[in-house]
Design a binder for this molecule. Structure first.
Ligand SMILES: Nc1nc2c(c(=O)[nH]1)N[C@H]1C(S)=C(S)[C@@H](COP(=O)(O)OP(=O)(O)OC[C@H]3O[C@@H](n4cnc5c(N)ncnc54)[C@H](O)[C@@H]3O)O[C@H]1N2
Ligand code: MOO
Length: 325
């Protein structure tokens, strides 16, 4: 901090907040710490009795925490985000839509390894509401080496973007329910209502539900019919485990252009299948989805509805933290 005459302080930063008091009318902050003094501020400064003020001296090659936070936010922010601040040296990123938060976790790790700065996010692949705070960032010291921010900016540019929110797409879904016990009316179908409940928070139109038995050909005919109707998501239920009547995985497998996985390191829901027929994702949901409140299906559904392609690598990573129950 250095003491300077106000007339010499133009372009310098205030070292602390300045308060004005007008009896009966006003008491509060008129200039904020870090504020860059402009020519037009001088009359007000003199009005509140400040002929001399303390300014922050920023040596070349250093950045004030607020500028550092603003630059970090600009560097990491992708689509559907707005920034808020700086306040107390921190800039926040908020979602401007309801969607799926995507964080490039590797780039984030690299940025946070630079030191003396912090970029903090919610977990990637979480559903975020409009207006929700999804990330916050700051420099740790009041003055930070500009080189560190440049390094963060370079890392962010290579991964573009580090943080983004994907919108949920308008999706037409077809439900195919297998199982002779349901087709023959021995038990009441519980899967249809369950899936409608799971997709309700998203822009999904359910084209319909086809109740088929355990014949592979019937499951495949139902899949083809939904594709012909323009379905961009197909959800098959039941018949996913090891019994002779469990024909769903085979039926999907034969029609699929890509099977991402049959079985995954998540419990409950480990017998789930995810495949693609061209660009249309196809789920095979195990019985556990009707019984358990949260399963593998809940982890994958938002990604699929945001059009985020699921890879085998991501599936394998889910074992860590995949014990949901
Ligand atoms: N020996 C093994 N047994 C089981 C395995 C395994 O790997 N080896 N996996 C277990 C897991 S995990 C699950 S989950 C379950 C269920 O898997 P399925 O998807 O094959 O389910 P189903 O056999 O078709 O049905 C199980 C149960 O749920 C009832 N069900 C099915 N669909 C409906 C419906 N639409 N509405 C109402 N109820 C429905 C069905 O009647 C059965 O009672 O397998 C474990 N076992
Ligand atoms: O597929 Mo089962 O859902 O792991 O319980």
């Amino acid at each position: 901090m250095r003491e300077v005459h106000v007339r010499d302080a133009i372009g310098m930063r205030l070292a602390h907040d300045l308060t004005r008091i007008v009896p009966g009318e006003f008491k509060g902050r008129v200039f904020q710490k870090g504020h860059v003094i402009r020519e037009e501020d001088i009359p007000m400064l003199l009005d509140i009795g400040k002929e001399h003020i303390y300014v922050l001296e920023i040596p070349p090659g250093q950045l004030h925490e607020e500028e550092a936070a603003i630059r970090l936010a600009n560097a990491v922010s992708g689509d559907n985000l707005t920034s808020d601040g700086p306040s107390e040296g921190r800039v926040d990123l908020k979602a401007t839509i309801r969607g799926l938060l995507k964080v490039d976790t590797e780039a984030l790790w690299m940025i946070n390894s630079i030191g003396e700065l912090a970029v903090v996010t919610r977990k990637t692949d979480t559903v975020v509401e409009t207006g929700a705070m999804v990330a916050a960032m700051r420099a740790i010291p009041l003055l930070i080496e500009e080189q560190k921010i440049i390094q963060a900016e370079t890392t962010a540019r290579m991964s573009a973007p580090v943080i983004t929110v994907l919108p949920f797409r308008h999706t037409k879904a077809g439900i195919i329910t297998t199982g002779s016990e349901v087709a023959e009316g021995r038990i009441e179908d519980r899967f249809g209502p369950r899936i409608r409940e799971k997709v309700a928070p998203f822009p999904v139109d359910v084209l319909g539900q086809k109740i088929v038995g355990d014949r592979k050909e019937d499951i495949q005919t139902a899949i083809r019919q939904f594709l012909a109707q323009g379905a961009d998501l197909i959800i098959c239920t039941g018949g996913m485990s090891v019994d002779p009547d469990d024909r769903t995985p085979g039926a999907i497998h034969e029609l699929a252009t890509e099977v991402v996985t049959y079985g995954m390191p998540v419990l409950p829901g480990s017998m789930m299948m995810l495949a693609y027929i061209n660009h249309v994702p196809v789920f095979g949901l195990p019985g556990a989805v009707i019984y358990e409140p949260v399963t593998a299906f809940d982890l994958f559904l938002p990604k699929i509805l945001a059009g985020d392609k699921v890879t085998r690598g991501e599936v394998a990573e889910m074992g860590h933290g995949g014990l949901l129950k």
